[in-house]
Design a binder for this molecule. Structure first.
Ligand code: AHM
Ligand code: MG
Length: 340
């Protein structure tokens, strides 16, 4: 029989390599894993219980809130509060960050940024959705309240980042800055088991992912690159295939395993694109870079950007290094000014 390694065993084994570690990060990852199993359970029976559809309210971004968004947010926040291993949470679903004010949590070293249910507009039609998380060390003093500045750190400061994809199977993929590992949930034993050790993104790929409906609103360089993707050229294996789920986690997960580029550019109506730097772009950029890929906003590395606002947006181009570099050349060649 092939031996299996559960997520908890893997985390403990990794922690043993750092004798000074207090185990807080390990606890955090396990708290996130636990909450995701509960969300997995709800997502999987979504058609049977009254959890599909809108709550009738809009979130801080003015977008419709789904019942499952609220459920997932509550689950993750409750699990992180209960665990006592972080002192604050910033969630895409909450306007302000949450201070966890019990003594144990206030003494904790970490804060978490979270998109509890990304791509939730897909949930009503049974298409994959995901959770994205990002963990930083706080700059504020342990023992007191966390501060806004704890959350506004550059992506390079992340200690860990990951996502859970609720797809044909549920998987957790995460990094602590030493490569990327993927775990598949075995529902029969209720455990995430190591299934994709040391994930590496291919240097190049055959797939590009973009909401091509926005083509006329993209800048010239991006338009030209999209045309390049669709051109016939045997030497470079073009045309590439267009694959766009509309769930960031699903699109990135596929490209991470198969190779490809994902783009959410700025448009004439959304000058900063759609995706959120803290909850979506930084964690995905950390994972993809750790797997050997690249993530830019069109000009700079995503991980170098200085956040000024919790819910700030940024354009993002992410995936196989050669493809992101080629896109970057197109942007440089066709941009009137080097703006993003
Ligand atoms: P959400 O956080 O409100 O779910 O929005 C983010 C999602 C991403 O998962 C996805 O890549 C993108 O929105 C799709 O946007 P669009 O429908 O504009 O292509
Ligand atoms: Mg999202």
């Amino acid at each position: 029989m092939i031996g299996i390694e559960t997520l908890d065993e893997f985390i403990i084994r990794r922690q043993e390599k750092f004798p000074d570690a207090k185990g807080e990060l390990s606890r955090l990852l396990r708290d996130i894993g636990l909450a995701s199993k509960i969300v997995h359970r709800e997502v999987n029976k979504a058609g049977l219980v009254d959890i599909l559809g809108d709550t009738g309210t809009t979130n801080v971004q003015g977008e419709k809130v789904k019942k499952l968004d609220v459920f997932a947010n509550n689950r993750f926040v409750a699990s992180l509060k209960m665990g006592g291993a972080c002192c604050g949470i910033a969630s895409e679903e909450n306007e302000n960050f949450i201070i966890i004010d019990d003594e144990l949590s206030q003494n904790a070293e970490y804060i978490v940024a979270l998109d509890p249910l990304d791509g939730s507009s897909n949930i009503d039609v049974n298409v994959s959705v995901g959770t994205i998380f990002s963990i930083y060390k706080r700059g504020s003093l342990q023992g007191g309240f966390c501060q806004l500045a704890d959350f506004l750190q550059r992506g390079y400061e992340q200690v860990s980042a990951g996502y859970i994809i609720y797809g044909s199977s549920t998987m957790m993929v995460y990094t602590t800055g030493k490569g990327v590992n993927g775990f598949t949930l075995d529902p029969s034993i209720g455990e995430f088991c190591l299934s994709h050790p040391d994930i590496k993104i291919p240097k190049s790929g055959q797939m590009y992912s973009v909401n091509q409906g926005n083509y006329s609103k993209f800048k010239k360089g991006v338009q030209k690159y999209i045309s390049y993707c669709g051109e016939d050229d045997k030497n470079t294996n073009r045309p590439y295939s267009l694959r766009y789920v509309g769930s960031l986690v699903a699109d990135i997960h596929r490209n991470l395993l198969k190779g490809g580029i994902f783009m959410y550019p700025s448009t004439s109506t959304m000058p900063y694109g759609k995706l959120r730097l803290l909850y979506e772009c930084n964690p995905m950029a950390f994972i993809v870079e750790q797997a050997g890929g690249k993530a830019i906003n069109g000009k700079d590395d995503i991980l170098q950007l200085h956040p000024t606002d919790l819910h700030q947006r940024t354009p993002m181009f992410i995936g196989s290094t050669d493809m992101v570099n080629m896109l970057s050349e197109f942007i440089d060649r066709f941009s009137v000014s080097p703006s993003i």
